[in-house]
Design a protein around this ligand. Structure first.
Ligand SMILES: [Zn+2]
Length: 393
């Protein structure tokens, strides 16, 4: 309850596109909800509430709620913008609650708030499976991963059933400057556009909504151009390609800076489908491509997505059944594994993107309780290749 209300308030506080009256209304509504959570014994003044919103989220929680890993999570970044990780954390929490509700047949979702993103993700999977045809499923899901945005003509060429194609929508306003948008060089989805500073000193900033992509180099600045002209992006810092085993799956970011693309005549996947299909899918596909290239038999999403990848390796035909998960919060992913009692589809490997390798210590213990092993994508690729007697690098 506090998380949802605080997210609402933080967005209202930072979203300059909304009317001041609308922003104040949302802020007061959220304040009321947080006061209710705190209870009459520990009142919170409106001033304190506003200050806390810009700091550590854990400090907003009532004293009796353990702050867990919310320690250090900020809703508003130091330069005054809504923090995108929060979008992930909120959905991840709901996924865990739902998994728990499913296993216990009790309890209800945490809030009845219509969370469009989460519903889109459920609906797109139903639409992909509708024909019960493995090839159509693989074609559909690969398309959502490889082409999360494009021109109307490009998207038509994907030849997707209309129940899947409907998840391509007009480019969202927070990814648009004037009438232009920019595709992330890692995921190809529209990047977030913001303008900082006041009057003559205003500069633009463009970065992927997925923090690890921005950290890899999908982050740019631009000088505000003359009216009617498109902005020209400048790299903030040159991406550093990892060395060793991790270099294999690392995307090629050596190309030129993203070109401005017109909003008109282009569409992009809804945010939920991009975040929960495209983003983890990039790792699934990179692993699939790398292992196929090395001559290993690999299948994507076998049995209409029982799990993500099946690889056979070595003289004894050992099978690797892999599930890829990209959660911003390692604790919530661990809780999800616990709530599901391991992997329901029969995967034995829980794989995280290389940029989440730090979560393996925690995940390894929890996955182990259910007979699963865990690894980062490159680590597992290397292990499979060793088993098959081929070189990973
Ligand atoms: Zn991206």
């Amino acid at each position: 309850m506090v998380m949802a209300a605080a997210a609402m308030a933080a967005k209202a506080l930072t979203d300059t596109e909304q009317s001041p009256e609308g922003r104040l209304g949302t802020l007061l509504d959220a304040y009321g909800r947080i006061q209710a959570a705190h209870g009459p014994a520990s009142p919170l003044s409106f001033g304190e509430f506003r200050t806390l919103l810009q700091g550590d989220l854990s400090r907003l929680l009532p004293g009796r709620v353990p702050a867990d890993e919310l320690d250090g999570v900020r809703l508003i970044s130091p330069d005054g913008y809504f923090d995108e990780d929060f979008f992930d954390l909120e959905i991840e929490q709901r996924v865990v609650l739902r998994a728990l509700a499913k296993t216990t047949h009790a309890g209800r979702p945490a809030s009845t708030r219509n969370l469009e993103a989460e519903m889109d993700q459920d609906r797109v999977f139903t639409a992909l499976r509708k024909r019960m045809d493995q090839d159509a499923y693989v074609h559909g899901r690969s398309s959502l991963i490889r082409v999360p945005a494009g021109s109307d003509a490009e998207l038509r060429r994907l030849n997707l059933p209309s129940s899947v194609a409907e998840f391509y929508r007009p480019i969202a306003f927070d990814a648009v400057w004037d009438r232009w948008w920019f595709a992330c060089p890692v995921c190809r989805w529209p990047m977030k556009v913001t303008v900082h500073g006041t009057r003559a000193r205003r500069t633009g900033s463009v970065r992927c909504f997925h923090r690890p992509h921005a950290a890899w180099g999908a982050a740019y600045s631009f000088k505000l151009p003359d009216a009617g002209r498109p902005p020209v992006l400048a790299l903030l810092s040159r991406p550093v390609k990892p060395s060793g085993a991790e270099a294999v799956l690392f995307p090629d970011l050596s190309g030129p800076v993203p070109e401005p693309l017109p909003v008109e005549g282009h569409k992009a996947l809804s945010r939920g489908v991009w975040r929960w299909t495209t983003v983890p899918g990039l790792v699934e596909i990179a692993l699939f491509d790398a292992l196929s290239l090395r001559g290993l038999p690999v299948e994507l999403w076998p049995e209409l997505d029982a799990y993500d990848l099946r690889v056979t390796a070595g003289p004894d035909g050992a099978e690797f059944r892999i599930d890829v998960k990209d959660y911003t919060s390692a604790i919530l992913l661990a809780k999800k594994v616990q709530a599901d009692g391991g992997d329901r589809g029969g995967a034995e490997w829980l794989v995280v993107p290389d940029y989440r390798a730090s979560s393996l210590e925690l995940l390894g213990t929890v996955a182990g309780e259910f007979g699963m092993k865990s690894a980062a994508a490159s680590g597992l690729g290397q292990l499979i290749c060793k088993k098959a007697g081929v070189a990973w690098q």
